[in-house]
Design a protein around this ligand. Structure first.
Ligand code: TYD
Ligand code: MG
Length: 450
């Protein structure tokens, strides 16, 4: 028997090396090299290529209407661009425990109820565990077939025997192809399994969902190659300590990636949140200093969220700065602007910032609200009731215009806000139902508020 040849493969980016390396020279990650056997190249048949094809002029390409299965979960249908496309391959990524299996079991139920046949392959949980979960979610659909399997060959066989409309593979990291010698979850296995599933989904027109775990750096385990292969990539995000979950489209060949879906994890599974602002503001303390409502955007949807700040005298030499839900550097920058441009002495204070409900605000339009919250807490003065704020702040303290102004203002009106503070550059016309206060710089806003 010849010597078994091995190589080392970076599990983060797929780079290969003949010897083990501590740090990957390609992506710079540490401890990602794993020994894998060198296989004979596995021949995967190309999908849908035959010899009688000819290039045709673009104008003569015929488009058949895509068949879409509605999930009847509006939040999910939106993110997918109007339902699950027949024969598409969708990758659902997210941290362990965030609710991917729960979401997909619920999807299996809703499409099953409309008469589609679903095959749910669980490589992580036993049939009993999945059944317990289904009972908890009160799922009784007869069109869902379950199997607990890791071997890719058998999964292919089940699909051929059952010919389902929808296939769910939970998760891609547990599936292995016996012809490939590396262990399940390794780059070669994940790549191989995805290629096979893609072939099934295209050739047999099965809409396939694959679950992928996320590594600590936030990308789906296995190389980026995986994201290139599939039609749609969705990330399921959220803070495990909060009940809200956001489904975000990162790539979509059948729709835009601007949409997000908001869900709430309840004891009976995931519930759609159709009016996020109302829920985010529901427990808002009245007349509390440091609390400000910002009109933010999540994709193409306006969301009103509360930002809280706490500024206190520091009892240590180096003041503490902590931000949850907004970028730490952004908070530091806003405080530096206040200190330098307006001469407010907050550099020596401890500062804490929190976005309520576990939301992550990353857009620049939150700047102005952060400034208002910080000063409100610093001066211990409550903001007047019914004010909503948005605007970007530049380093000279100027307030710059932002996008989606109309949607932000309308959402504020819908929730009963009376005043809106916004950048001067953004005001084109007055809107009835709300008083618009435009500001050119931070000082103007603070003069108005305090
Ligand atoms: P799960 O779907 O197993 O996560 P993933 O597949 O992404 O790893 O969800 C796990 C968590 O969700 C678990 O901590 C329990 C919680 N959960 C509920 O709160 N309510 C429910 O109805 C279900 C099914 C799960
Ligand atoms: Mg799971």
């Amino acid at each position: 028997m010849g010597k078994i040849k091995t190589r080392y493969v970076c599990q983060e980016c797929g780079a290969e090396s003949n010897k083990w390396l501590g740090k990957c020279p390609t992506c710079g990650e540490w401890n990602t090299f794993v020994e894998e056997f060198i296989d004979k190249p596995v021949v995967t048949k190309s999908v849908g290529i035959s010899n009688n094809k000819k290039p045709v002029p673009l104008s003569q390409v015929v488009i058949d209407d895509e068949v879409r299965y509605k999930t009847h979960m509006k939040e999910l249908d939106n993110v997918l661009g109007g339902g699950i496309v027949k024969g598409s391959l969708v990758l659902v990524g997210g941290d362990p425990g965030i609710g991917k299996s729960t979401l997909l079991l619920q999807v299996a139920n809703t499409v099953g109820m409309s008469g589609q046949k679903v095959l749910y392959v669980s490589g992580e949980e036993s049939l009993k565990q999945t059944k317990l979960r289904a009972d908890r979610l009160s799922i009784k659909c007869d069109q869902i077939y379950m199997v607990s399997e890791n071997n890719l060959d058998y999964i292919v066989k089940y699909v051929e025997e059952l010919s389902p409309d929808i296939l769910i593979v939970d998760s891609i990291q547990t599936v292995y192809n016996p012809a490939v010698q590396s262990s399940p979850g390794s780059v070669s296995q994940v790549r191989e399994a995805t290629a096979t599933l893609m072939k099934i989904s295209k050739v047999d027109a099965v809409a396939t969902f694959i679950v992928g775990h996320v590594t600590k750096s936030g990308s789906i385990a296995g190389p980026k190659v995986l994201e290139h292969m599939v039609d749609t990539v969705l990330y399921f995000e959220g803070d495990k300590n909060h009940t809200f979950r956001i489904l975000r489209g990162v790539k979509n060949r059948f729709g835009s990636t601007n949409e997000i879906g908001i869900f709430e994890m309840t004891f009976k599974g995931l519930k759609e949140v159709l009016n996020p602002s109302e829920i985010f503001l529901s427990n808002r303390p009245e007349s509390a200093p440091g609390s400000v409502v910002v009109a933010g955007m999540e994709g193409t949807r306006p969301v009103l969220v509360e930002i809280q700040a706490l500024i206190s005298n520091s009892s240590f030499g180096t003041p503490r700065r902590m931000a949850v839900g907004v970028d730490h550097n952004k908070m530091v920058m806003m405080m530096a602007i206040l200190e330098k441009r307006l001469g407010i002495q907050i550099g020596g204070c401890d500062a804490y910032l929190n976005v309520v409900g576990g939301m992550q605000l990353s857009e620049p339009a939150t700047d102005l609200a952060i400034v208002a919250a910080v000063i409100s807490s610093f001066k211990d003065k409550v903001l007047e009731e019914g004010v909503v704020i948005f605007g970007e702040v530049g380093l000279t303290g100027e307030v710059r215009s932002v996008s989606h102004v109309e949607q932000r203002i309308h959402e504020a009106i819908k929730l009963g806000f009376k005043k809106c503070i916004l950048p001067k550059g953004n005001l084109e016309q007055t809107v009835s139902g709300i008083e618009l206060i435009t500001v050119e710089n931070v000082e103007e806003m603070l003069n108005y508020l305090f």
